[in-house]
Design a protein around this ligand. Sequence first.
Ligand SMILES: [Zn+2]
Length: 715
Amino acid sequence: MEPQNMNTFLLVVGAVAVLSVGVGAGADKTQAPPNPLLAPWTGPHGGVPPFDKVRVEDFRPALEAGMAEQLAEVERIASAGEPATFESTLAAMERSGRTLDRVQTAYGVWSTTMNSPEFQAVEREMAPRLAAFQDQIIQNEKLFHRIAAVYEARDRASLTPEQKRLAWLHHTNFVRAGARLDAPAKKRLSEINQRLAGLFTTFSQNVLADETDYVLMLEGETDLAGLPPSVRDAAAAAADSRGKKGRWAVLNTRSSVEPFLTYSTRRDLREKVWRTFVSRGDNHDAKDNGKIIPEILKLRAERAKLLGYATHAHWRLENSMAKTPERALELMEAVWTPAVARVREEVADMQAIADKEGAGIKIAAWDYRYYAEKVRKAKYDLDENEVKPYLQLETLREGMFWVAGQLFGFRFAPKDGVPVYHPDVRVHEVKDAAGRHVGLWYFDPHARPGKRSGAWMNAYRPQERFDREVTTIVSNNANFVKGRPGEPVLISWTDAQTLFHEFGHALHGLSSNVSYPSLAGTAVVRDYVEFPSQLLEHWLPTPEVLDRFALHHQTRQKLPKELAKRIERAATFNQGFATVEYLASALVDMKVHLAGDRAIDPQALERDTLKALGMPEEIVMRHRMPHFTHVFSSDSYSAGYYSYLWSDTLTADAFEAFTEGQGPYDQAVAKRLTDHVFSIGNTVDPADSYRAFRGREPGIAALMRKRGFPVPAAR
Ligand SMILES: [Zn+2]
């Protein structure tokens, strides 16, 4: 759906893990107590992460030991006797690095949800060392020759299609990461990767600091003007948790800022909150990211050249579904023009209301959400606050479980006795229709200090079965603001969509039915991975879900049919805004990574790119460069933020397979979806699997219909 849900998505499992047996590993261990992070997981279903035993001081030695163990394993694989076989090379690689995978699962959880100054010090030290470790494996020439030998012989050896795909994947990953370079180039590449890892860490720590440190305290009724009770309660709870009982806090995070901008009648405070939020990482202080960005861009451009690509964008997209930056741009530009035209209409509607009210203003960026809400009421007779009492977090969670039962045959049941890292976290066991254990689902729904903003899914352990049956462990994470103690958490319609979105990622992981962990579940290319998750959002508005699970938190009444109708009618409302704020970020991301290795002033480039695009002045990019963590906290979404739109094209097209059939619960289409999309991980090229599901290539018409834009004539 709208990539307006800033969900990102994390994979902690490393296909290639990494490391440098650094200094100090091995020294002085005689008296040390056993490090709980290194132990095999114990407990039910093949073991669960020992989250109750994690101590920050154990991370460094555990990562060091895990890296050392994997390097030794890799050395054994590289030195095995001739000839190199699939079993002695690739299957052995899949078996290696288990200890480090386990350590990195906990490390990833602490990085994203339990962050603290002590942990940040560990991260700053370990990020470059983990990058160097990864290069050490990629640059192991004996190992690469064996992988290449298996890959080249793949059609002569009797390999399964999945084994051939795995050979292709490992070989491609090694080549793309520089396995064929000469020694000086490899050395430089590794230097670049280590430097980048350090810069990424600093970048995201700076953003987290600006989200944590800037808090606007509201002092009384005049400051609270316009805020509905749920927003006031959340602001009171936020102040309370910061030791300011009896006041109200607007935090500098999306989940706190957006409701304030939507409802506050205090235009001066809206402007203040808006400016603080869009200035994250851009405050000309110690946490400013302005100098980090040009260095990241320069290093990425240099690395792309070293690897033989025109630009970083060309390198990143080579293995994506889009394949080239040009194809990604073509899609973005096809949607950009109608989206901007829609923004003009939206602004005109808003300005008309402001004029009618005698506000005497020209709509500015900090007015958009506020007046959009008024237009929603006027045009569609829809008030978000009318819907919210029907959207209880826990009841909707039951609704997601029900959908998973209808589409995939899954059953969820609470699982007690599994260690968690925070009392907010709950665990469910997932079984299939035949009652067989499928996996575990961890749910960490609430905002708290030290947790990054947004929502995401994480695989603690991917499914596999090449040696033995290993079931998956996945988690969903969000930042829903807690209400008053003892009262149900009520969420917005957009939050409910986010909930279903992340659950779509979880179901992608849980449905996995493959042999090798590197190909399992969500380990697919970036511009395909948002397809299953965005698709699941489409089941939230189905009458089957609303009638059963959108129940008023006090009266238990169903969401009235006519209110559901108004929600449906308003579905394309504000799509100009949502599309433009997202696409502006996606286009800037692509253009900065197509700019090559010239020196870049990020502020100027952002400004010039937006000007050339004709960016409406009433909208700011969803993520400005100084806090664009998708792009600058790792390589993962760099030149890849377009992926949400690419995936949504598939999503819209795929859902029409249901509506062209028996509807959203059409069992035949659901089975094709499981067989060709959700269960196969990365064992099949996504273009082929999509065609197998849909019976044809995807088209853009469904996307345009979904967003309420004119459908272009068929070519
Ligand atoms: Zn997602």
